[in-house]
Design a binder for this molecule. Structure first.
Ligand code: C2E
Ligand code: MG
Ligand code: MG
Ligand code: MG
Length: 285
């Protein structure tokens, strides 16, 4: 706002900063408590195989269920959690609960239901013990590694060192899939695709948004899909909101899609009702 308002609004700008600083202080006190009292919930969004229109996986998306403020979105607290050093605690909670959910879905449907989990780059820079702990949990619950996909961002790969690489290799050795989230909007080079075994690229939703309007977005999506397939990767398009986008991406050979057109992220109970216990699926109804 202050950018548009010009010089005369300098005071307003300062006030806003102060308010933000106060808010942040309050929010960080709350977040510390929330982390130890597990005030989080996981929503799940289906990832659809475009050809069959069947649910292939679910992405787990965390929300903070604040006792007085209500639901707080990840964009409002994940960066803060990273700053405060709380991200590994929150990540363990997410991983553990996603795992429990997949076990529950397996017991309900007799079928494994792969789940995709977002991971912060900071996780790979902290204590690598989280991987062992987590693989241990997989093993104890007889969950094959390939039931889990780990989503990472290009920013992690940009600064990829030996420790990060070896963590990703350990995960892959156990069958865990690695997928690049928000592909195409980071500042990294493509060279990591040669160095690391990646399984999936998720085309960022900003490219999907434009594909109906005849600008270059469709060409960019097509190019990413061709490139990915040539090096043996699958592609998920994020943020599909219309039937037309679904069609164009299907025609372009994209493997999977995710977006409001199929379903918003929903609570586990609703996901179970709509996509697990209900068969056959009618997601586009
Ligand atoms: P992301 O992993 O790229 O997740 C996709 C985001 O796009 C989600 O926002 C989802 O609700 C939203 N989305 C899905 N379909 C559509 C669509 O058709 N249109 C539009 N406009 N948006 C759509 P959400 O849930 O607010 O999450 C935002 C980001 O927060 C995620 O982006 C991810 O980077 C991060 N995040 C979420 N959960 C976790 C977590 O457990 N751990 C970590 N480290 N980060 C997380
Ligand atoms: Mg993601
Ligand atoms: Mg994304
Ligand atoms: Mg993201």
């Amino acid at each position: 706002e202050s950018k548009h308002a010009g010089r005369n609004c300098y005071r307003f700008f300062t006030n806003e900063l102060q308010v933000n600083a106060q808010n942040k202080k309050m929010l960080s006190d709350d977040l510390r408590r929330a982390t130890y009292e597990n005030e989080f919930i996981l929503c799940y969004q289906p990832i659809i195989e475009l050809k069959t229109e069947e649910v292939a996986k679910a992405e787990a998306l965390v929300r903070w269920n604040h006792p007085s403020k209500g639901i707080i979105w990840p964009s409002q607290f994940i960066p803060l959690a990273e700053e405060m050093g709380l991200i590994s605690e929150i990540s363990s909670w997410v991983a553990e609960n996603a795992l429990k959910q997949s076990i529950l879905w397996r017991s309900m449907s007799g079928k494994e239901r792969p789940i995709s989990i977002n991971t912060s780059p900071l996780l790979y820079k902290g204590d690598p013990a989280w991987i062992e702990n987590w693989l241990q949990q997989l093993k104890a619950n007889h969950i094959p590694g390939n039931m889990i996909t780990i989503e990472i961002t290009e920013s992690l790969l940009m600064e990829s060192n030996d420790s990060i690489k070896s963590q990703l290799i350990t995960l892959r050795d156990h069958g865990v899939e690695v997928s690049i989230d928000d592909f195409g909007v980071g500042y990294s080079s493509l060279s990591y695709l040669q160095e690391l075994d990646i399984d999936v690229l998720k085309i960022d939703q900003s490219f999907v948004k434009g594909i109906e309007s005849g600008n270059d977005s469709l060409a960019l999506c097509e190019a990413v899909i061709v490139m990915a397939h040539r090096i043996g990767l699958k592609v998920i398009a994020e943020g599909i909101e219309t039937a037309k986008q679904h069609e164009l991406l299907l025609e372009a050979g994209c493997d999977y899609g995710q977006g409001y057109y199929y379903s918003k992220p929903i609570m586990a109970e609703e996901f179970t009702e709509r996509f697990i216990t209900q068969a056959p699926l009618e997601i586009l109804a």
